[in-house]
Design a protein. Structure first.
Length: 650
């Protein structure tokens, strides 16, 4: 490719700006009650870039992931803007727009290799403008597709964006280092490629399939495979070593930090059904991104003989057979298809974990080949028009069609980004997409419960949602936790205890179970029974047994406080939600004086969260501390004017 001129920079700049514009609604998003609470709002360990934080980032497997480089970007976010979600979303948006630009550069190199090869059309070299037009379309099909929204608008998904940037850098380095008829030049480009791949694995395991992708590129479009296949394999050994080490780390993290489904949960038949469904879902969603949801819940039972799984399997086999038969006339289609399967295979359900069957976030790298196919179509048509093989009006209609398609994608992405604005909007949308999704109703119940000052009507609504979730899936632990919390806040403590005991039985390894059950005993004035449960919760959560001083954020105990109650309160330490629910329930019991310490501590833990502050104001008002109430009210009016208005104070 020739040296870039100033005008040549216009295309990547446009890709960056259009991508950023499509995701602007994501900047209004909040922290969600789906992993964001565990990873960020309740997590003090990542906040900053000091020695303690860095040590934690490079040793933790929180959430079943080892992602130290991703944690570095999140620690930077906190250092620059604290817990304001706007800053997290801004960096995510900028990362994704950067990835779109990097993919544009990748697409330019690949399309030159495709179009300027004998056998793919006229032998004369194409003008660079046709390549750039195709690369622009490829980059935008990737970047403004609504399936990207989950990775950009969900703060938890930062790892995909960081991994993506390093993945594209690794591919660019490889394309620069690879000679079409020679060996891989292990100079700076090749070394940068390998180093970027290793870094991508430390950002998220999504990049592990890169060695397979590089082999696909060797076959087509680089055609380095002909006569040199043994050497092409040898070249991939360093990449394979990195991939194997990364896979071992990923497996260790999944085993320690999340819940891999056993064969007793889903047998071989079910796992093959999941894999076939996954391999079909991602390509089909690229073409028809309708009904996208935050969660596609895994069914309780699955079999290849169920039509839900048999139909995608038949489609998968038919598409694969067709692309194999057309491999000489349409090699790019088979290459894109193979790349998608290679990327999706590790998360296809063969080694299943979590509540999802498939997820939009896994399409981030899987759909790159199909975006390149779209870009190739545009570049091929542009070249044909340039050479006079396509009439002007046909070319104009085609150009208008491409622009309309991109506008539809951008509009869909804009709307989908709004779905991720807050927890209630997110789960309400998910439940609408799948009325039988138990996890969606449980998430919606928690979202409505957590809203500051919801009152009785909101508690009724929340309880109805969670009972719907339990009816759909009685063995879902999360639902029983939410129901127990609702009953606790409503003062129905015996019922709350029964629900929380069910939660502890279904999820014995979760720290939240014994911690939430301890709240029942505290509200029943049985702190001596609560303390062992809180110690157990600290053990399950990986915390030490030495609590902080002063649950209210200072070193003073409340005058006349029960020593056992004070000890239990200190053991709650950084259990943000438990502190808030305890304070809320104590207010409902008419014991606002006891509600003040846990609520003060909750506010200290999450100064930007309106919920704890709302209830602290209620407690101050009930105990006659009007000056303190007004002081907190001024802050709440800035954080959440609607919540402040519901207090009815002046």
């Amino acid at each position: 490719m020739t040296r870039a001129r100033p005008l040549d920079l216009l295309a990547p700049v446009l890709v960056f700006l259009i991508t950023a514009a499509a995701f602007l609604p994501a900047l209004l998003g909040q922290f969600l009650n789906w992993d964001d609470s565990t990873l960020f709002t309740r997590n003090l360990a990542y906040r900053g870039l000091g020695v303690a934080q860095l040590r934690w980032m490079f040793t933790t497997m929180l959430g079943g992931h080892y992602i130290p480089l991703t944690w570095l970007t999140l620690g930077l976010n906190y250092s620059l803007g604290g817990m304001n979600p706007w800053g997290y979303h801004l960096l995510a948006l900028l990362l994704h727009a950067t990835n779109a630009t990097l993919f544009y550069l990748v697409a330019c190199r690949i399309l030159v290799a495709v179009i300027d090869r004998p056998g793919d059309g006229p032998d004369q070299p194409t003008g660079l403008w046709t390549v750039r037009a195709g690369a622009c379309v490829a980059a935008l099909v990737f970047s403004i597709h609504p399936q990207r929204v989950e990775s950009v608008a969900w703060i938890t998904e930062r790892g995909t964006l960081v991994c993506g940037a390093l993945y594209f850098a690794a591919v660019l380095g490889y394309l620069r280092a690879a000679e079409p008829t020679g060996t891989l030049r292990w100079r700076w480009a090749g070394i940068v490629s390998l180093a970027a791949f290793a870094a991508a694995v430390l950002a998220k395991g999504l990049a592990l399939s890169l060695p397979v992708t590089l082999l696909i590129l060797d076959v087509y479009p680089l055609r380095r495979w002909r006569g040199r296949w043994r050497w092409a394999l040898v070249e991939k050994i360093p990449y394979a070593v990195v991939a194997l080490l990364g896979a071992a780390i990923v497996l260790m993290a999944r085993t320690r930090g999340s819940h891999l489904s056993g064969l007793s949960d889903y047998g071989l038949d079910a796992r093959l059904a999941f894999a076939g469904y996954s391999f079909w879902f991602y390509p089909s969603s690229v073409v028809w991104p309708i009904g996208l949801s935050p969660l596609y819940e895994v069914p309780l039972r699955a079999s290849l003989l169920q039509w839900r799984f048999l139909a995608p399997l038949l489609g998968l086999l038919a598409a694969t057979l067709g692309l194999v038969l057309l491999r000489r006339r349409f090699p790019g289609g088979l290459a894109a298809w193979t790349h998608s399967i290679a990327v999706v295979a590790p998360v296809s359900g063969i080694a299943h974990s979590g509540s999802q069957l498939v997820s939009d976030r896994y399409s981030y790298l899987a759909g790159l080949g199909f975006a390149l196919v779209a870009g190739y179509g545009v570049a091929w048509a542009a070249r044909l028009r340039r050479q006079g093989g396509l009439s002007g009006w046909v070319g104009a209609i085609g150009a208008v069609g491409v622009m309309l398609a991109l506008m539809i994608l951008a509009a869909s992405t804009w709307g989908q980004a709004g779905v991720w604005r807050d927890s209630e909007t997110l789960w309400r949308w998910a439940a609408e997409q799948d009325p039988n999704c138990a996890t969606c109703y449980a998430g919606l119940a928690e979202a409505t419960l957590y809203g500051a000052g919801g009152g009785r009507a909101r508690l009724d609504e929340s309880e109805a949602y969670v009972r719907r979730a339990i009816a759909l899936r009685p063995t879902l632990p999360f639902s029983h936790s939410i129901l127990g919390t609702i009953l606790l806040v409503r003062g129905r403590l015996d019922e709350a205890e029964a629900s929380l005991r069910t939660y502890v039985r279904l999820a014995p390894g979760e720290a939240q179970g014994p911690a939430r059950l301890a709240l029942v005993y505290l509200l029943q004035d049985r702190p001596a029974e609560a303390v062992p449960l809180l110690l157990r919760a600290r053990q399950l959560g990986g915390r030490t047994a030495s609590p902080i001083r002063g649950a209210g954020g200072d070193d003073r105990d409340e005058p006349g406080a029960d020593p056992e109650f004070t000890r239990a309160l200190r053991l709650l330490e950084d259990h943000l939600d438990d502190l808030e629910y305890l304070g809320q329930a104590l207010i409902q019991q008419g014991r606002s004086d006891r509600a003040v310490p846990p609520l003060r501590r909750a506010v200290a833990l999450a100064p930007d969260a309106p919920g704890p502050r709302f209830w602290l104001i209620r407690a101050y008002e009930a105990t006659g501390q009007a000056a303190l109430a007004r002081e907190q009210l001024a802050v709440l009016r800035r954080l959440d004017p609607a919540a402040a208005e519901r207090l009815g104070l002046r």
